[in-house]
Ligand binder design. Structure first.
Ligand code: C5P
Length: 224
């Protein structure tokens, strides 16, 4: 029987990519499948947490579990609105979604016609940074962020941990084989606010999820 060591957690998880519509047929997105976020939701629920999974259009299925409530959104703005609305019910949050950084400035109700030119530009604007917004709240839940990087992984992760106001930041090198998008495994280094970091081995995303939950519980019991 799985120990119910997460039973005091009311955990909000974001997962998957977001899709930023340009017209009725086209959108901007990224390669996230949602698998890491689903693994976190599933493991936390099996360990007794009450989980709200706010997710973009994922290609990875969520296995049914009584402890997981799903909330499907599409765009970064919708994910921001859902997180903001539901956050007060939660005492922990893992923001794992690969939120699009930019969205089309204007949505065209009519399909954009191709022109005679050989190039086409689509003007994009920044989306709200959900993690930074949660991290800046005066009373925030225990907050875990992710960082997918291709270079300067350590330095970028540390900078993000402090700038976005997280308690923990999980960094993964998506240029490394077996780590990152659309694979079953991940190799994550967890950075903590006291300056320490824990290098987890390359393992399945389900095992990574368990290890992250273990570290969260340990920090939580120490009062962060
Ligand atoms: O800045 P960067 O996208 O690398 O940060 C990654 C972390 O921030 C992830 O935890 C991701 O879910 C979160 N994030 C967010 N909203 C954004 C961009 C990133 O919550 N608009």
């Amino acid at each position: 029987l799985t120990p119910q060591d997460c039973r005091d957690m009311r955990l909000l998880v974001t997962a998957g990519p977001t899709a930023e519509d340009a017209d009725p047929a086209r959108y901007v997105t990224n390669r996230s499948t949602g698998r890491m976020g689903v693994a976190l939701a599933v493991k936390a629920a099996r360990r007794g947490a009450k989980v709200l999974l706010i997710h973009g259009p994922m290609t990875w299925p969520v296995p049914p579990h009584a402890g997981i409530e799903c909330c499907a959104v599409r765009s970064a703005q919708q994910m921001y609105d859902a997180v903001t609305a539901r956050l007060p019910e939660h005492n922990a949050a893992i923001l794992c979604a690969a939120v699009a950084d930019y969205t089309p400035v204007a949505y065209s109700r009519e399909k954009i016609k191709k022109g005679q030119e050989s190039t086409f530009s689509l003007l994009l604007q920044r989306t709200p940074d959900i993690l930074a917004a949660v991290g800046a709240l005066p009373s925030r839940p225990f907050l875990v962020g992710f960082a997918a990087e291709t270079h300067e992984v350590e330095a970028n992760a540390r900078e993000k941990l402090y700038r976005k106001g997280c308690d923990m930041l999980c960094a993964n090198d998506i240029s490394e084989a077996g780590s990152g998008f659309a694979v079953a495994t991940n190799r994550v280094t967890v950075h903590l606010r006291d300056g320490s970091s824990i290098e987890l081995p390359m393992q399945s995303k389900l095992e990574v999820a368990d290890a992250i939950l273990d570290l969260m519980l340990a920090r939580w019991q120490q009062g962060r």
